[in-house]
Write a protein that binds this ligand. Sequence first.
Ligand code: PHE
Length: 357
Amino acid sequence: MNDLNVIVDSAQTAFAQAVTPADLENAKALFLGKSGRITELMKGMAALSVDEKKSRGAAINIAKQAIETALTNRRQALADAELQAQLRAEALDVSLPGRQRGQGGLHPVSLTLERIEAIFGSMGFDVAQGPEIESDWFNFTALNTPEDHPARSMHDTFYVEGGSETAPNLLRTHTSPMQIRYAVQHVKKYSSKANGGEGKGLFSGDMPEIRVIAPGRTYRVDSDATHSPMFHQCEGLWVGENVSFKDLKFVFTDFCRTFFESDDLVLRFRPSFFPFTEPSAEIDIQFQTGPLAGRWLEVAGSGQVHPNVVSNMGLDPEKYIGFAFGMGPDRLTMLRYGVNDLRLFFDGDVRFLSQFQ
Ligand code: PHE
């Protein structure tokens, strides 16, 4: 091997050993730099004859080109390797499963409320919402509940600061105040039309029937497996000129059969007492099949709207009559899904709640 071949050979080795571009540039300097091996050989030609210069020069040039080629190849190889490494580092593995987003859903009680609204909606009932902080006029007085009624006691009711004739001062203990609120608005609308805007006294003109349900949250000082201080109720009210207890029986029976998707379901109207209805009845249902078969389960309070309450709605009780009921959507949900502790509905445990999706 002549001296030039040795130099080319060692340049190729040095380049091949360079792992980074900086290593490579340093190695390049050893051969092609200002005092590199090739440059030194060129300088050394000064002493040669013209002929010798020609042949030696050509040989050195070939060696130089070989080194430059090796350099270019190695540069390219290092650049490729760097690109590959970067691509590997930044790679997106499209075969990885995506991060799943939990799918939300409606609370079981909300599902029940939607169901109640759909069923009564199909029977021509409007749906109304009212305040949860109520005045004792709407919650008690207007509903014919006297000052000394036990429901008004501090043990049963959450009172809040303030309170006057019109100011709210308690968390409503039932949805029944919505009977008054809704009926008063309804009567105002039609009585002012009939009486040219006067609307004074009790209305005995014509108007479309009042047919409404009012679902929502209610509050009582109560807490155990079947009572929660916050619970849901859904009020129902149907008032017209000829609405009787038999309509209540029909409507409520039809509702229960649709709600529970069962035709063999028996209802019992058990005599009871509410200040705002007369007569009054608790409504019990009995499943004929399934795990609860044979037991009587209370689902609602109900009755014929008391004449004093009809008056407080602004209506003439000689002309208008109807029924009301108040049921417990929490209870209906427990019965429909077989849940035995009411508190599960309000604990917010996803393991429980996700079963209803
Ligand atoms: N408001 C009564 C309760 O909470 C239920 C009820 C409503 C009874 C309407 C009669 C009529 O117990």
